[in-house]
Design a protein around this ligand. Structure first.
Ligand SMILES: Nc1ncnc2c1ncn2[C@@H]1O[C@H](COP(=O)(O)OP(=O)(O)OP(=O)(O)O)[C@@H](O)[C@H]1O
Ligand SMILES: [Mg+2]
Length: 405
């Protein structure tokens, strides 16, 4: 089983997928822009071979170089778990004649307007939206759709350049801030709670399913520095309020022609109970979401994903035993972190529920909270009761503080 895996070292969790592939018996041919000398030894031992390319984001260049590199060797899979690489992987599959999702199918998971059109065509509820390229198209679309609306890049990530717009005046303001965005989607703003729907699929059918709730919605968490964003996996997927989102998720996978691998969907539940599609990628969620899923059931999805995509088998039994909550902390102030308050007290009382404590230690430089979802570190905890898991998460959010200079 020869597997070309794009971007095996970055983002860091890609190293775990590389390990998973090696553990299920694949020869991993990694392709990245880092020099081989910069790869950690823990990754290198799982790589069969490695190709350094000058521009990882240059699809055609990557395709040409990998094609030349693999000449004379058989290739069974071409895979990527990083959003920005999924189209390159599809292009490479087509070039090499390797089985897997087509370029067109992957486009439906990458282009936010196209995905909504395809999902809507299957009769599913999506926010009303329009593709806009100029300020005047945006104004026109906002009038047609009606305020409040959301303006976001067509292939965005991490809520970058994404704005909630409540009036014409706000739209003018946002248009000024987003002049560098070439193509955007302008859509109906959906009020309500926001969740994920995550799967590992074989032939488009989920062999593993997860739901997590964002507390608060990412658009709020990403625009208010004082908030400690929380994401909690939902242990009980059969409760009616969640099951309707799961059902929507299954229909979306069918509508978009999912193949093998991870999916990460976001959906809304309105106060009326109606569920609405948000967006979907044919790759895993980032920001430790796969770790959270692993802690929910004590499994190793890095490896089980690999087994699913290589051998079309999923062997993990995944009993949902916990609600796993991750809390991202943002330090107060700028520069180096000088002290952390409340941590000792929290760990003394509730340390039994904590599975990871990765707050940036005193002395380290604080990260730019706008640039990173993981902020100044996280605490990951779990509890069998959803309410208690979130109460503990609230304590971490409110009673642990990192101070910077
Ligand atoms: N139509 C909408 N109605 C309400 N909120 C929305 C809508 N579209 C986007 N949002 C909010 O903006 C956030 C970012 O939007 P979206 O998920 O489409 O972009 P993204 O940049 O790909 O996000 P990420 O990479 O963080 O998942 C969503 O998580 C949600 O909180
Ligand atoms: Mg999103």
């Amino acid at each position: 089983m020869n597997v070309v895996f794009l971007a095996p070292s970055y983002p860091p969790e890609m190293q775990q997928y590389t390990r998973g592939l090696a553990e299920v018996g694949a020869n991993v041919f990694g392709v990245g822009d880092a020099p081989v000398s910069a790869l950690p030894a823990s990754l290198k031992r799982h790589l069969h071979d490695y190709l350094q390319v000058p521009k990882l984001m240059d699809e055609d260049d990557v395709v040409a170089r990998v094609h030349a590199w693999m000449r004379g060797r058989s290739v069974d899979r071409v895979l990527a778990n990083w959003e920005v690489m999924v189209l390159a992987a599809a292009k490479l599959r087509e070039k090499l004649g390797v089985a897997g999702m087509s370029y067109d199918a992957v486009r439906g998971f990458r282009d936010k307007q196209l995905m909504k059109e395809r999902v809507a065509a299957a009769g599913l509820r999506v926010p009303r939206s329009m593709r806009v390229r100029t300020a005047s198209e945006a104004r026109e679309a906002a009038l047609k759709i009606g305020y409040p609306v959301v303006l976001k890049p067509i292939a965005g990530a991490g809520s970058a350049d994404t704005y909630e717009v409540r009036s014409e005046a706000e739209l003018e303001d946002v248009l000024k801030k987003t002049q560098h965005v070439g193509e955007a989607s302008l859509e109906e703003f959906i009020e309500g709670d926001e969740f994920t729907f995550d799967t590992v699929c074989i032939g488009g059918k989920p062999v593993y399913t997860n739901v997590a709730q964002y507390l608060p919605k990412p658009i709020i968490a990403r625009s208010n520095e004082w908030i400690s964003p929380v994401i909690t996996t939902v242990r009980d997927l059969s409760q009616p309020a969640i099951a309707s989102g799961v059902a929507l998720g299954h229909q979306v996978l069918a509508a978009l022609g999912m193949g093998d691998g991870f999916t990460h969907m976001e959906w809304f539940r309105k106060p009326s109970g109606e569920v609405v599609f948000g967006e979907i990628g044919c790759r895993p969620g980032g920001a430790c979401l796969v770790d959270q899923m692993n802690y929910t059931s004590d499994i190793d999805l890095f490896r089980e994903w690999a087994r699913a995509v290589c051998w079309h088998a999923f062997e993990a039994v995944a009993p949902r035993m916990y609600n796993a909550a991750i809390i991202f902390k943002r330090a107060k102030g700028q520069g180096r972190i000088t002290r952390i308050t409340g941590l000792h007290e929290f760990m003394r009382k509730y340390g039994d529920f904590v599975v990871e404590q990765h707050l940036s230690p005193v002395g380290t430089q604080r990260r730019n909270w706008k640039h990173t979802l993981i902020s100044d570190g996280h605490i990951l905890l779990r509890h069998p009761d959803f309410r208690i898991a979130n109460e503990l998460a609230d304590l971490v959010a409110n009673e642990i503080t990192l101070y910077a200079e």
